[in-house]
Design a protein around this ligand. Structure first.
Ligand SMILES: Cc1cc2nc3c(=O)[nH]c(=O)nc-3n(C[C@H](O)[C@H](O)[C@H](O)COP(=O)(O)O)c2cc1C
Length: 322
């Protein structure tokens, strides 16, 4: 069956899942500024989703009609919970399901989840099959790395290709190795060659240290990738997926209005639970590159609440129009 992945023009430009970043609000603002071809949620724990604490995790699975196609990323270690969660995600009308098999977080590794699955092929395979069982016709992808403590691209990616997932997203680093500084694109290219040799239909998407769309397209072409995933570079450049747009040329007033919208969306979606601090990391996206930008950012950081920050921004816009 054809999945949404196969209908997108290549190279497929994908928004990376990022815990504490890529929630419904982030994706809405990103989509307003420039659109990736595929959106991802933050990762959500399948054990939590099947426990009494479920309600607390559900906000992570909110999305709007503008954020499509959207893939829910899940993690955990109990195959049954992957089946149950996949069924839940089908009902929630997600377009795809992604299994996290690359997270290096110590707490996640300790539980045998995320990147630890690279050293546990049996459980990785059980999880994949369990998720497939619940996913019905939804495509199931796997986001991973090129090894646990050493590079083992052929062994690990070769094993994953045997499972026949729709897509493998490869962050070109190991989980705990000393190669943390740079993404190894040659290894990602090796995975593509392996896929071609095995005549597998699985798409391969590369990820790691991309800072521009130009670079993304160049690497996709060089290594024969089906797509590229971009993570951290989005945080300070919401226009990264639109190569025709130069963020520096967008009037500052328009950017300030967008920041107000961002803050208002936080109030709308999280109400009294909306906290101001996590939003501060986006200020540079909207306020940078002109005289007075630093001062305004510092001033906004010092505001006691989202409401006060909005007031300050409105007064800056009003004073500019006088
Ligand atoms: C703050 C933060 C949170 C992240 N959360 C997730 C996550 O929930 N799931 C996941 O698969 N990867 C997560 N990642 C990894 C990114 O998806 C991506 O693979 C990594 O940042 C490399 O891409 P980049 O160099 O373009 O940022 C996270 C990374 C960061 C910096």
């Amino acid at each position: 069956m054809t999945s949404f992945w196969q209908k997108i023009l290549k190279p497929i430009l994908v928004q990376a899942p990022m815990e504490g970043v890529t929630d419904v609000i982030f994706r809405e603002m990103l989509g307003l500024c420039s659109r990736p071809a595929v959106f991802f949620t933050e990762f959500v724990n399948v054990e939590g989703l099947n426990s009494e604490g479920r309600e607390r995790l559900l906000p992570k699975l909110k999305f709007t009609s503008r954020q499509r196609p959207i893939v829910a990323q899940i993690w955990g270690n109990n195959p049954d919970n992957f089946t149950k969660t996949a069924k839940m995600l089908v009902k929630m009308d997600f377009d795809g399901i992604d299994l996290n098999m690359g997270c290096p977080d110590k707490a996640v590794i300790k539980m045998g989840c995320g990147g630890a699955l690279i050293s546990n092929h049996r459980l990785a395979s059980e999880i994949f099959l369990a998720a497939k069982k619940g996913a019905c016709s939804l495509p199931v992808s796997i986001k991973t790395r090129i090894g646990f403590d050493k590079i083992e691209t052929e062994k690990w990616i070769g094993f994953l290709l045997e499972q026949n997932p729709d897509v493998i997203i490869i962050h070109g680093k190991t989980v705990t190795g000393k190669d943390k500084k740079k993404t190894d694109w040659e290894e990602i290219g090796k995975a593509v060659r392996l896929r071609n040799k095995l005549k597998s239909q699985t798409f391969i998407i590369g990820n790691g240290d991309i800072t521009s769309l130009y670079q993304a397209k160049e690497l996709a072409e060089k290594y024969g990738l089906d797509g590229i995933m971009i993570g951290r570079a989005m945080i300070s450049n919401f226009w990264i997926f639109n190569e025709k747009l130069e963020p520096e040329k967008i009037p500052q007033r328009d950017k300030l209005k967008l920041l107000i919208k961002h803050l208002e969306l936080a109030k709308k979606y999280y109400g009294n639970h909306a906290s101001f601090n996590p939003l501060k990391k986006y200020f540079r996206n909207y306020i940078s590159g002109y005289e007075g930008a630093n001062e305004l950012r510092v001033n906004l950081m010092k505001q006691p609440s989202i409401e006060e920050a909005i007031k300050k921004l409105l007064s800056v816009i009003a004073s500019e129009t006088q």
